[in-house]
Design a protein around this ligand. Structure first.
Ligand code: ZN
Length: 355
């Protein structure tokens, strides 16, 4: 199911609107139309343009450190950048996290400058809290507010990420995450209470912060636990291989017996690679008894026994494979076992229980 629609793409990063955001803007438009006053509508529309700029500044820093940004999604409560993986290097994380709020504050100050130049206000004009019906002043205030609000150390908000990075300088990454998540949940509850008294929007943000802190902490701790499991701890020593000159029918026979979707290709005891099920299926069934294994693409993948299964898992997902040969660093042609997605899954379940 797709709940968001793509409206643009910047630096190859898709910008998407979540369906709830579209509904919110549609509702605002109808209300504005009925009242024949579009000021609030445009105020919010422009504010979200600046929210995209805020998110893009996170992306800009992420890209600088070679971290891939999947997409930016706009929700009624703000923007979310989905990044490929959260950097475990605290210095990268706090730079990435702080860039958004800083950019929001800078935008606010620039807009304030524009207001001062064109409206020449008195000092008291600047500090009245009511909406002024001046787009540049209202947007200036909203951006400055957005910047400072995001700096609240409520993990997983920007300020909470900076806070976690500071903790991670002194603690392990998973402990830093655990404590940052406690503080995040505390702020989440606090926001809900303050929201009940003053502002509905804050209740929603509080709930998001509470759930986000809980989920991200669990995920992070699980991943760090997984990263400690070595390939040799979960690999299977018994292996099955096929010669390059064997037929696909023979390969499938072995695959059915071993119950794996892919098979190792070996010639005279030396590893040639992996042939996968999907590639075999592309060949018509009546041709499989004559078609040779070596005529198919053979994937050159392997892992070392002392590598983390998290790294191995990424390769399996990327190559869409079910199994991967494990080889010694000294003798890369000799297979000592296989790592299967099943083995990784059971390690994941164990890590969950150990937590
Ligand atoms: Zn941000």
């Amino acid at each position: 199911m797709k709940y968001s629609l793509k409206i643009a793409s910047i630096w190859g990063i898709p910008i998407e609107l979540h369906v709830t955001f579209v509904l919110l803007m549609a509702a605002f438009f109808v209300i504005s139309y009925l009242a024949q006053d579009f000021y609030s509508f445009f105020l919010i529309l422009f504010l979200f343009v600046f929210v995209v700029v805020h998110e893009l500044s996170h992306s800009f820093v992420a890209r600088h450190y070679g971290i891939k940004v999947r997409k930016i999604v706009l929700y009624p409560i703000g923007g979310v950048s989905e990044i490929e993986e959260i950097p475990e290097n605290p210095r990268v994380e706090w730079r990435m996290a702080i860039s958004g709020p800083l950019v929001s504050i800078i935008i606010g100050v620039v807009l304030l400058g524009i207001y001062v130049v064109h409206a020449t206000p008195t000092l008291s004009d600047l500090f009245t809290l009511a909406a002024t019906a001046d787009l540049s002043l209202d947007l200036a205030r909203l951006n400055v507010f957005l910047g400072f609000f995001n700096l609240i150390p409520a993990f997983p908000m920007d300020g909470g990420r900076v806070f976690r990075a500071l903790l991670a300088e002194h603690l392990s990454f998973s402990d830093a995450t655990k404590y940052a998540a406690y503080i995040g949940r505390f702020f989440g509850i606090l926001m809900v209470f303050v929201g009940v008294l003053f502002n509905f929007w804050l209740i929603v943000v509080g709930i998001f912060v509470y759930i986000g802190a809980t989920e991200e902490a669990e995920q992070t701790i699980l991943t760090t636990t997984m990263a400690r499991v070595r390939v040799k701890d979960v690999m299977i020593r018994e292996t099955n291989a096929i010669a390059p000159e064997a037929t696909l029918a023979e390969a499938m026979d072995i695959m059915f017996k071993a119950r794996y979707h892919d098979i190792l290709v070996e010639k005279d005891g030396a590893l040639k690679g992996v042939v996968c099920w999907d590639d075999i299926m592309k060949i018509k069934s009546e041709m499989r008894s004559t078609f040779k294994v070596e005529q198919l693409p053979v994937r050159q993948v392997s892992v070392f026994p002392d590598e983390s299964i998290l790294e191995a898992y990424k390769i399996l997902v990327r190559e869409k494979l079910d199994l991967m040969p494990v080889v010694n660093r000294e003798e890369t042609g000799k297979v000592i076992g296989v790592l299967t997605s099943e083995g990784i899954a059971s390690a994941y379940e164990k890590a969950k229980k150990l937590r």
